[in-house]
Design a protein around this ligand. Structure first.
Ligand code: SF4
Length: 374
């Protein structure tokens, strides 16, 4: 029990203080590359001998960012821009920005105007994922990322180094999936916010550190008696489910999180880089292996809802909670079809607003309480 508590406390510390971790890397003379969400090709950063660190914004009132980002920009990118402009990412060598939605197109220019000291490295994920030329297009895009990283690191990225880095990331994915499965047997010890801290810390840590720490936590959990959870269970879907207070509302009402499809959490770890002779091809093929994700267009709009219904069934969940990032058009676009499929499968669903510019979550509390009481 003590091992589990100590480990969870360490994950909370990392998740809540990424700047401290960044400073540790910089003090060790590491070059750090900030990785905007989602599906940033982290293996390229590792193969160049640098550290990839995810950036997910955070709770803030974005005063400075308002100069370049309109009020209807999602709070995730608005807070990232605010932190960039106010020096929170000081010391990182560059920021990789995958253009996965229209908001990112504006962010590219806003970042260049507002954050002069951190070079953006942008590339485009093709939303037409069926065209035979899409794979080659993406490889060409990724080559521009590779060149920029080679220039910054002054290292050449070889196919061998890239393949090694890809294998490491696949091992990290496996460790994260195993943790999630094991955590579901110990819902008395791993509260929704604890689960979130583990998942979020993994976006900041080097993959090898994640594997070591998460595997140790999983082993410590396995040594504990299995918990027979008698409260309700939910699956979360969306971009993020922050701030921590919202996850606290679930725990306060004896509702456990037994699975997720959050971009900040499981979406990153559920599909591995497929096998191929060249590392660049593997990075590109990964994009075409992504399914049921709002940022990767799928002609069949039932895929995500059916995937969530299946996950809920496997984990005996009662409900799918849509965590709607305010002003995220692509999540809003998916919402009706997700609700339709989930309802068709006989499950409950409700949505809560996610907005990093405010700590007011009264609406979420009311919905969670209502669900828990019925
Ligand atoms: S996908 Fe949604 S949350 Fe993510 S950057 Fe685009 S608008 Fe913002």
């Amino acid at each position: 029990m003590a091992d589990v508590k100590t480990s969870l406390a360490q994950f909370e510390e990392i998740s809540s203080n990424p700047q401290r971790l960044l400073q540790n890397y910089l003090d060790a003379d590491e070059k750090v590359i900030a990785c905007f969400p989602i599906y940033t090709p982290q293996p390229l950063v590792l193969a160049a001998g640098m550290v990839p660190m995810g950036i997910w914004g955070g709770q803030c009132n974005a005063h400075m960012a308002g100069k370049y980002a309109p009020i209807f920009t999602c709070s995730l990118l608005r807070s990232c821009l605010e932190f960039g402009m106010t020096g929170a990412y000081k010391g990182v060598s560059a920021a990789i920005m995958p253009i996965i939605c229209d908001t990112f197109r504006g962010m590219n220019s806003a970042w260049r105007a507002g954050v002069k000291d951190i070079r953006p490295i942008t590339f485009i994920y093709p939303q037409n994922r069926k065209d035979p030329g899409a794979r080659d297009f993406l490889i060409e895009e990724l080559k521009t990322v590779r060149s920029a990283l080679e220039e910054i690191s002054e290292n050449q990225i070889t196919n061998e180094a890239l393949q090694e880095a890809i294998e490491l990331c696949n091992q990290r994915n496996a460790a994260m999936r195993t943790f999630c499965e094991t955590a579901n047997e110990h819902l008395d010890l791993v509260k929704p916010v604890d689960r979130h801290h583990v998942m979020k810390a993994a976006t900041f840590l080097r993959p090898e550190e994640t594997i070591e720490r998460v595997s140790a936590l999983t082993e410590a959990l396995r040594a504990e008696p299995v918990c027979r959870w008698t409260g309700k269970k939910v699956i979360l879907t969306g971009i993020t489910c922050e701030p921590d207070e919202i996850l606290g509302y679930f725990a306060d009402n004896k509702v456990a999180v037994v699975g997720d499809d959050l971009a900040q959490e499981s979406r990153q770890y559920r599909s591995d880089y497929p096998a191929a002779a060249s590392g660049m091809e593997r990075l590109a093929l990964h994009w075409f292996a992504v399914h049921g994700c709002s940022v990767a267009h799928d002609d069949n709009n039932t895929v995500r809802g059916r995937m969530l219904a299946q996950l809920a069934k496997e984990q005996a969940a009662d409900c799918v909670v849509l965590c709607m990032m305010r002003f995220c058009e692509i999540e809003e676009y998916d919402q009706p079809s997700v609700i339709k499929e989930v309802t068709r499968a006989g499950l409950m669903s409700f949505s809560i607003d996610i907005d990093q510019s405010t700590t007011e979550s009264g609406q979420a509390l009311t919905k969670i309480q209502t669900f828990a009481e019925n």
